[in-house]
Design a protein around this ligand. Structure first.
Ligand SMILES: [Zn+2]
Length: 87
């Protein structure tokens, strides 16, 4: 039996039942092989194509941070909604 990777959409723990994997946090599900194939590599995350208002505010608050663009980018990613979560 192959290892079950975390949810490919929100990163939370997945559970296995009858050849399928599912996520209690965002309700995603798929066959185990497809589930593991869709997993984002370490260091990657799914974000909206257009930044949400919360992401933009987080980025603006970081604009004078000493990390410059990197700090803005990290703040916006941290504020990005999780799939199935509050936007
Ligand atoms: Zn999930």
């Amino acid at each position: 039996m192959s290892e079950l990777l975390p949810c490919p959409l929100c990163g939370d723990k997945a559970t296995r039942a009858s050849g399928y994997a599912s996520c209690d946090s965002c309700s995603a599900w798929a066959q185990v092989e497809d589930w593991n194939r869709r997993h984002a590599p370490d260091g990657w995350q799914m974000v909206p194509v257009e930044p949400t208002g919360r992401m933009q505010v987080a980025g603006l608050r970081q604009r004078y941070d000493e990390d410059g663009t990197r700090g803005v980018y990290r703040a916006m990613l941290a504020a990005a909604p999780k799939l199935g979560g509050e936007v």
